[in-house]
Design a protein around this ligand. Structure first.
Ligand code: 5GP
Length: 207
């Protein structure tokens, strides 16, 4: 069996609870690594270098693009975001399942380069729940709530290219479903064609 970890791309509506889901998954199960992206946006309060992001200047980021250091990168709200290759490859080769928590355009670029990547899309159980989560505690103006809701619609463009839909209703149930999908993905034929080739070669030698 291919000993490399599974490359997992996790996207979903903002308000779907992706961050909480990943945190809980990593608390309950071993063998996971979360990829840290590079970005040119400024750190928000409480964000730490090399923990939340690798914070780069535009020049540094563009240098990394030239050096082909990214799996994918995208420009979002005037800032660059990208997934550095080195860490992801190192962790995968150690057998860890690596999670990329990125938006949908980046997800589709990953799928092009790595057809064996597992694309998961997380959603709350219905629009009403999403509306409640985006509305929060009623601190946002109706305009802002509407903006967030219409953006949520855009975030689902291209969802049909994903492999699995996770419904985050009960957190622990969703965590176990995610974990079991990832475990099953290790057995995908496309990840394990090398084994079949080996068997075929050995059979030929014995002819
Ligand atoms: P934020 O600035 O709020 O941390 O992130 C903005 C958006 O960029 C989010 O949708 C987030 O998932 C996405 N993002 C974070 N890292 C990456 C990355 O490496 N590549 C891409 N394509 N998107 C990313």
């Amino acid at each position: 069996m291919n000993k490399d970890g599974v490359l997992i791309v996790l996207s979903g509506f903002s308000g779907a609870g992706k961050g909480t889901l990943v945190k809980r998954l990593m608390e309950l199960h071993e063998g996971y690594a979360l990829s840290i992206s590079a970005t040119t946006r400024a750190p928000r309060e409480g964000e730490m270098e090399s923990v939340h992001y690798f914070f780069k200047t535009r020049e540094e980021f563009e240098q990394m693009i030239e050096e082909d250091a990214f799996f994918e990168h995208a420009e979002y709200c005037g800032n660059y975001y990208g997934t550095p290759k080195a860490y992801v490859e190192e962790q995968l080769s150690k057998g860890r399942n690596v999670i990329l928590e990125i938006e949908i355009q980046g997800a589709l670029k990953i799928k092009e380069q790595r057809p064996d990547a597992l694309l998961l899309f997380v959603t709350p159980k219905d629009a009403e729940t999403l509306r409640e989560r985006l509305t929060g505690r009623g601190t946002e103006s109706p305009e802002v709530v509407e903006q967030r809701l219409s953006r949520a619609g855009e975030e689902a463009e291209g969802v049909e290219h994903y492999d699995y839909l996770l419904i985050n209703d009960d957190l622990d149930t969703c965590v176990e479903e995610m974990h079991s999908i990832i475990r099953d993905a290790r057995f995908r034929v496309t990840r394990n064609l090398g084994i079949i080739d080996e068997i075929k070669k050995s059979l030929k030698k014995g002819e």
